[in-house]
Design a protein around this ligand. Sequence first.
Ligand code: ZN
Ligand code: ZN
Length: 146
Amino acid sequence: MDVQRPTGLNPEQSLRERGLRATRPRVAVLAALRDLGAHRSAEEVRVRVAERGEPLPRSSVYGVLDALVVAGLVMTADAGPGVVLYELGDRWHHHFVCRVCHGVTDVECVTGAKPCLTPGTDVGTVDEAQVIFRGVCTACASGARA
Ligand SMILES: [Zn+2]
Ligand SMILES: [Zn+2]
């Protein structure tokens, strides 16, 4: 049984708020990310979309995810070489990636507004900066000591 979070996102409404048409693939991908929660690969999203009874080809899932990232509805987390994870972009934050278990943990943004960092050199206009913290997570660190 699906348990809907009280603050659960309404895909159709979110798309319209961003001036996007609420097409079935976009709604299906957003609903899948909402249902799955946390940080998910495009493949996990594709499987969940299919489970919801609206299968999409892999290329469509990637295309829709890219469009939703550009629109700010979805954000990505870099979890290591070749791995891109997606999540709903309703709250700007950073990520901690464990080098041992590759777990991804949200790190709250201390300023809460983009861009929270400015580059040291004049590269142009910056509108966002996302930090990836890397190290060994608490669980792996305590396991290593045991
Ligand atoms: Zn770990
Ligand atoms: Zn996150």
